[in-house]
Design a protein around this ligand. Structure first.
Ligand SMILES: [Zn+2]
Length: 75
């Protein structure tokens, strides 16, 4: 399911192509990946979205997944 918002940069319709959580000192921080029709590409904390847009996102049945980032050697 894709969620459409407006580009933070040029205000054309943009789609949320991914949503994930990054660990922070205060717990998982919800992030989104946004790509607008003009080709802008953002990866940003969803906290930065206008409240109305956040509410729209929250209404979507999207479960953020935890991004697994490997630090250092694995195995
Ligand atoms: Zn844009």
């Amino acid at each position: 399911m894709l969620t459409f918002i407006y580009c933070p940069d040029c205000d054309v319709p943009a789609e949320v192509t991914d949503r994930f959580a990054l660990a922070s000192t205060s717990g998982p921080a919800d992030h989104i990946v946004v790509r607008c029709a003009a080709g802008h590409w953002f990866r940003m904390a969803s906290d930065l979205l206008p409240e109305s847009t956040r509410q729209h996102l929250l209404m979507q049945d999207l479960e953020p997944h935890i991004a697994h980032v490997a630090f250092g050697p694995t195995g």
